[in-house]
Design a protein around this ligand. Structure first.
Ligand code: COA
Ligand code: AMP
Length: 626
């Protein structure tokens, strides 16, 4: 562990020197003289006296260095059968002009812009254009329904929304404009500017709505604008993610720490450098898409592939292998669910033989645990290292990884390998006492977190402290449980809160419960995440009916599924509803979700000593066959 150990120790012991050296790889308008400002701990700020522009670092600097003809982005849509490439010079032109559109429509530095776009190039262009004018983007995943969008609008208070006529899912078009209209209706203070990219495949365009603006019209008349200098500590984006309550958390990312961390991560973690072809098969609506479809690869001067489609069914289980072959992809980053979906459809990988995937050097996986079975299959099938790494929306980049560029390490199935330099990972028990190797507990990270991690929650300092910093003083609570082994390898076993992970998508059981509880026949309910062979987990609802409620279980299920789809969105994939006589609770009234999950998953469980009525648990176990 030579290079790794040295880097890890330097990041811990010579923090200033380590991160200022990493900051040298970024082009600053005024370079930072200090790495960390810890004067207001536990609120930390990175590179407090630096100024820069993130879009300049992602685009202009490569053009200025003579790489304007290098391909910056390849858009490959399996949904419409189109491939479109942008050189760095072309992408810079698009971004500068859309930045001009934003400025002309009153978007200024510090203003928020909500981006609700499918996987089309305009998503990356809009994000980078916000960065160019110093505005703060907040991208909302297209699988969320109007109410979720409205909640985010109300929290971020954007001055503009950038959207498209819709997204394409296999077999159906998702029309965005009715969703936008409804969200604007629901929002307390809706923005006045709505910009719509018209997609000819999908019904609806700006002209259907009073005052909405057409992307193409605006772009044809736009004047390009240059990068606005911002402080390293100024926010680049807000990304909402699920917490334990129904209200999403607005994770705030800065400009300087983010640029430094992602620039460092590309060669050191992913072994990707200028000119390499990199593909992250995720969605711009998730943190993985922010960091590694858009910012990371462009900061590194690599070519990023943006893919609109699924791993299977668009048209078949060879879709990923085709994209690798067509674009000469050197490394692919995706979620384990995608690999499981391919394996399920094509267990012998017969599709793989049809394509030349010899450019592929590494497959990276994150978003959920890479189970050993899927790891073995992918390794044997692809014949390249399959590398798990662990991170969260909050951290923005990997907490634990096998650092392929710095020093590749032996891979252990089921482990994302070791803490990344800058992250001092520990495991503690309920009282905060450090646990030894092999002992399972809460995974925590010693403060300060490295650059690139969240600087707070949008306008909610109290929740930031309560959610992450107050459980164990001096530590950030990841919300994951797991252990470290004798070699210092991290093993992440799952969330220790009410957040669940469905197909690599992070969802809150609390928000699904809030919808289910609103049904007139439901007295109370619990939603838990149970094991799913394909998606890792899926939400499963248990409802107690109101006395005298007269509704048959199938009708109830249909109504609840429709309500969740309507209120949260298709991405919630809520399908299981079980009517039970009562919910098991502690004497203080807390629902025993963990025990319920163990019963539903047919795992061993212990009857908690605090249980209110043991018979309720016994009845549930009988009903669920546990
Ligand atoms: N816009 C609108 N609807 C969307 C959507 C989007 N961007 N993304 C997903 N949905 C819909 C799907 O169409 C589906 O709707 P349905 O209930 O009508 O079928 C529903 O949300 C659930 O989607 P999903 O859980 O993704 O299931 P799926 O059956 O469509 O696809 C996989 C299964 C495994 C192919 C898919 O989940 C996948 O590719 N996962 C990879 C995970 C990933 O990229 N994670 C990102 C974090 S790294
Ligand atoms: P998100 O914020 O959507 O990226 O989800 C973060 C959560 O996903 C983490 O807290 C983990 O529970 C889970 N997760 C992400 N990557 C991994 C991984 N490699 N192994 C295990 N769990 C993971």
């Amino acid at each position: 562990m030579g290079h790794y150990r040295e880097a890890f120790d330097r990041a811990r012991d010579d923090r200033e020197e380590f991160w200022l050296a990493a900051a040298d790889a970024v082009d600053w308008i005024s370079p930072p003289t200090r790495a960390l400002d810890d004067s207001a701990a536990p609120f930390y700020r990175w590179f407090p006296d630096g100024t820069l522009n993130t879009s300049y670092n992602a685009l202009d600097r490569h053009v200025a260095a003579g790489a304007g003809d290098r391909t910056a982005m390849v858009w490959d849509s399996a949904m419409v059968g189109t491939v479109r490439s942008y050189t760095y010079a072309e992408l810079l032109d698009e971004v500068s002009r859309f930045a001009g559109v934003l400025s002309a429509n009153g978007v200024a530095a510090g203003d928020r812009v909500v981006i609700y776009l499918p996987m089309i190039p305009e998503a990356a262009i809009a994000m980078l254009a916000c960065a160019r004018v110093g505005a703060v983007h907040s991208v909302v995943f297209g699988g969320f329904a109007a109410r979720e969008l409205a909640t985010r609008i109300d929290d971020a208070e954007p001055v503009a929304i950038v959207t498209a006529s819709g997204g394409l899912e296999p077999g159906r078009a998702v029309e965005y404009l009715p969703i936008i209209a409804k969200a604007l209706d629901l929002a307390a203070s809706p923005p006045s500017t709505v910009i719509v990219k018209n997609r000819p495949e999908i019904t609806g365009d700006a002209s259907d709505h009073d005052g909405w603006l057409d992307w193409d019209d605006l772009m044809s008349a736009a004047s390009p604008v240059g990068p606005t200098p911002v402080a390293a500590t100024d926010p680049l984006y807000i990304l909402y993610t699920s917490g334990t309550t129904g209200k999403p958390k607005g994770v705030v990312r800065d400009n300087g720490g983010h640029a430094v961390a992602l620039t460092w991560s590309m060669p050191n973690i992913y072994d990707i450098r200028a000119g390499d072809v990199w593909w992250t098969a995720s969605d711009v609506g998730w943190v993985v898409g922010h960091s590694y479809i858009v910012y990371g690869p462009l900061l590194a001067g690599a070519t990023t592939v943006m893919y609109e489609g699924k791993p299977v069914g668009t048209p078949d289980a060879g879709a990923f292998w085709r994209v690798i072959a067509d674009h000469g992809v050197n490394a692919l980053f995706t979620a384990p669910t995608a690999i499981r979906a391919i394996r399920k459809a094509d267990p012998e990988a017969t599709e793989l033989a049809k394509y030349d995937t010899s450019t592929l050097r590494t497959l990276f996986a994150a978003g959920e645990r890479l189970d050993p079975d899927t790891f073995e299959w992918a390794s044997a099938t692809l014949g390249v290292p399959v590398v798990d790494h662990w991170w969260q929306t909050e951290t923005g980049w990997a907490i634990a990884a096998n650092l392929r560029g710095l020093e590749p390490m032996p891979i252990k199935a089921g482990s994302p390998t070791v803490p990344v330099p800058g992250y001092r990972v520990g495991v503690v028990d309920a009282e905060g006492a450090a646990l030894g190797a092999g002992e399972e507990g809460s995974i925590v990270i010693e403060l300060p977190l490295p650059p690139g991690t969240l600087t707070g929650l949008w306008r909610d300092e109290e929740r930031f402290v309560k959610s992450y910093l107050s459980a164990f003083s001096g530590y950030y609570l990841t919300g994951d449980s797991g252990y470290l082994d004798d070699d210092g390898y991290v093993f992440v076993l799952g969330r220790s809160d009410d957040v669940i992970n469905v197909a690599g998508h992070r969802l809150s059981t609390g928000s699904i419960e809030a919808v289910v509880a609103a049904h007139p026949a439901v007295a109370e309910c619990a939603v838990i995440g149970i094991h799913d062979d394909l998606k890792g987990q899926r939400p499963s609802g248990y409802v107690v009916l109101k006395a005298g409620a007269d509704i048959d279980p199938d009708t109830l299920r249909e109504e609840l599924v429709a309500m969740v789809r309507n209120e949260i969105g298709a991405v919630a994939t809520f399908r299981d509803v079980t009517v039970v006589a009562a919910l098991p609770k502690t004497r203080s009234g807390k629902i025993l979700r963990k025990t319920m999950r163990q019963i539903a998953d047919h795992e061993e469980y212990a009857v908690p000593s605090t249980i209110e009525d043991p018979d309720v648990l016994a009845d549930l176990a009988k009903q669920l066959g546990g």
